[in-house]
Design a protein around this ligand. Structure first.
Ligand SMILES: N[C@@H](CCC(=O)N[C@@H](CS)C(=O)NCC(=O)O)C(=O)O
Length: 365
């Protein structure tokens, strides 16, 4: 009897221990602490049962996080109109989704606000001179679509200074914007070069450039595209020069929230369609002349063979609308940044792979 009780007690203790072990194994792991200095908030999971595409279609327009103060990329003019390379990619998505490039709204943010606005669902996609990095994909819960602009970080100095090399910046004050890769790269590269400097940090691009122009900093650092862009709106652009150094890789492109693969595919393939159209010589002006083509690759791009746009929930001529209403990559680039603009940025790495650049779209098949 006593023996039987002992066995029962041991069995009870054992089952409690096993239960505790199972409970411990099933308990969710604590969220890992973030490792980057720039992110504002934890990513918000897509809890709404509706897909991003459904939400956008119901709303009747796409909302893109954008920039209002970066001429050539994202700029709000006095008439209240947004223009620029990134703005055109937002319009390209509207053209693909609605067959109407005007159904695009830009929600302008500073560098540090941009991720929260995407994460919170206030916008559908982030297209704002934003660098694809590992921690932005992992910690911030974003997926980057293909890079639309390969850039690198540069430094601007006053022309009348004698600063030429990184070493010349020893003891210098350097203006930099918070919430950017710029701030982090600067610290890394200067430490690696053994150059000490004083960072002067601001929240907005206007504050940074004003401080630099007023001589409160010896230098100003950001993406080279940003330097070229903002130089055009400086009081005396000719009083400044961009140093011949590149501190980092800055692949800029659109980003979407984790958790909606169809939306990610849609954004990705609209970008690829602009590369492919340029590769095939198809422009906004001549796209209609290809409607009787017998080239199977062109037929797929233009929705004349296969069901490709419909795989991402769109009308099968979605890429035709992008090309017709916004243009191929080369057209978008030239219109905003090319030789006929004040920026006159050489294509460089942003050329097609067939021209020695990095733009290479996988096949539509
Ligand atoms: N590509 C970098 C830098 C992007 C960035 O925000 N650049 C600044 C400097 S030009 C900018 O656009 N500022 C505009 C603003 O915040 O008002 C990143 O993704 O962190």
């Amino acid at each position: 009897m006593l023996k039987g009780k002992k066995v029962q007690t041991v069995a009870l203790i054992l089952s409690m221990v096993v239960g505790m072990v199972i409970a411990a194994c099933l308990a969710p792991a604590a969220a890992p602490a973030s490792t980057t200095a720039e992110e504002p908030a934890a990513p918000v999971a897509q809890t709404d049962a509706k897909s991003t595409l459904d939400i956008v279609k119901e709303r009747g327009k796409i909302i893109c996080v954008g920039n209002a103060v970066l001429p050539g990329f994202g700029f709000l003019d006095e008439a209240g109109v947004f223009t620029g390379f990134d703005v055109d990619y937002c319009k390209a998505l509207a053209a693909a989704i609605f067959g109407d490039a005007t159904k695009a709204e830009i929600r302008a943010t500073t560098a540090s606000e941009r991720f929260t606005v995407l994460q919170s669902g206030e916008a559908d996609v982030l297209i704002r001179n934003t660098t694809d990095t590992m921690s932005r994909e992992t910690d911030l819960g974003m997926n980057f679509a293909p890079t639309t602009f390969y850039d690198g970080q540069g430094i601007m100095v006053h022309k009348d200074s004698s600063i030429v090399t990184l070493q010349d910046l020893n003891g210098a004050s350097i203006c930099v914007q918070t919430g950017t890769t710029t701030e982090l790269n600067l610290a890394d590269q200067m430490a690696a070069a053994g150059v000490s400097y004083e960072p002067v940090v601001f929240e907005t691009a206007d504050e940074v450039t004003t401080a630099y122009e007023e001589g409160r900093c010896d230098a100003w650092t950001t993406d080279k595209s940003g330097l070229v862009s903002r130089q055009t709106v400086m009081a005396d652009p000719s009083a400044h020069e961009i140093m011949n150094v590149t501190l980092s890789k800055e692949p800029l492109g659109p980003a979407v929230r984790h958790g909606d693969d169809q939306w990610y595919d849609l954004v990705t393939w609209v970008v690829y369609a602009t590369f492919t159209a340029e590769e095939m010589g198809i422009t906004s002006a001549n796209v209609d002349t290809f409607m009787d083509t017998e080239d199977p690759n062109i037929m797929k791009l233009l929705g004349l063979e296969g069901e490709f746009c419909s795989k991402v929930g769109l009308a099968n001529d979605c890429f035709v609308q992008v090309i017709k209403q916004v243009g191929n990559y080369g057209e978008i680039y030239n219109k905003n940044l090319g030789p006929d603009t004040v920026f006159n940025l050489p294509r460089g790495l942003n050329s097609l792979y067939t021209e020695g650049g990095l733009l290479y779209a996988p096949p539509i098949r």
